[in-house]
Design a protein around this ligand. Structure first.
Ligand code: MF3
Ligand code: CO
Ligand code: CO
Length: 265
């Protein structure tokens, strides 16, 4: 690995700082959850996130990151990821992924959930369930010093059961003082991921993007950010920040009010 993995292994005081950043980030997501309803615009969601984060003395990591213009990502229906909040009003039947990252005293917490707006189609519910189950199957596959490819193997197996596809162009990532760092966490097995192991002390995300149709993506040429399914089908995503410990994985971004392991949408 580029960095040398030694540098990525957090000791207990640093682990506590990641715990604090991630638990604040989860609190922001619970705040959004309590206010989300049909008729709100994605820009209103962004304002809630921005104001709440600043009011608590912290920083939204997305704002200004590589020029990103808003404080969170809101990805509706066929948008896979990196949707930019704007005037669009959420309506009954939509699914929206809300992806939040906070910087707390210099450390990053990163997570997302897909929300169902009112009653949604069976397909929308199923792709959401698939992404959620895939995330937890991947977490269940983790053991100290396991291969990174265990994550992709578990996710691909769940997607296959649902007959959905796994996006390849966007991946999970190490994080800590930086938003995105090594190791790369692909959601499908790759030669490199078979060679890399997750030692205790490493923090990373798992964030499977699942498409109802084909896995291919298109990047919006107009805004340079919005990623959509090439075939226009629905896409869903869930993300947690995980700390590998000597005893196994610790999910750092658990919410108080959100769907927990085993949830049925
Ligand atoms: N939060 C996203 C991730 O999971 C990254 C968003 S970068 C942004 O890695 F610039 F689009 F905000
Ligand atoms: Co991430
Ligand atoms: Co994220």
């Amino acid at each position: 690995m580029h960095f040398g993995t030694q540098k990525l292994k957090l000791k207990e005081p640093q682990r506590d700082r990641m715990r604090a950043a991630c638990s604040f980030n989860a609190q922001v997501l619970d705040m959004v959850r309590s206010r989300l309803q049909p008729g709100v615009t994605t820009e209103e969601i962004d304002n809630w996130v921005h104001t709440y984060t600043l009011d608590h003395g912290h920083t939204p990591a997305c704002l200004g990151y590589l020029g990103f213009p808003k404080s969170c990502c809101t990805s509706v229906n066929d948008v896979i990821c990196h949707g930019i909040p704007g005037p669009y009003r959420l309506q009954e039947g939509d699914i929206v992924n809300i992806d939040l990252t906070s910087i707390v005293d210099g450390w990053h917490g990163d997570q997302s959930e897909t929300f169902l707006i009112g009653e949604v189609s069976d397909e929308a519910r199923q792709v959401t369930q698939c992404s959620f189950d895939a995330l937890y199957a991947a977490i269940d596959a983790l053991q100290p010093n396991c291969r990174i490819s265990e994550i992709g193997k578990a996710i691909v197996a769940v997607a296959r059961q649902f007959k959905f596809s796994v996006v390849q162009e966007y991946v999970g990532h190490g994080l800590g003082r930086q938003f995105h760092q090594e190791p790369s966490i692909p959601h499908y097995p790759t030669p490199e991921s078979r060679l890399q192991r997750l030692a205790p002390g490493i923090c990373f995300t798992i964030e499977p993007m699942i498409n109802v149709g084909g896995r291919n993506t298109t990047l919006d040429r107009g805004d340079g950010w919005t990623v959509r399914t090439k075939d226009g089908t629905l896409s869903a995503q869930f993300e947690h920040t995980i700390l590998m410990t000597e005893d196994g994985p610790e999910i750092l971004t658990l919410t108080a009010d959100g769907p927990q392991k085993g949830h049925q949408f």
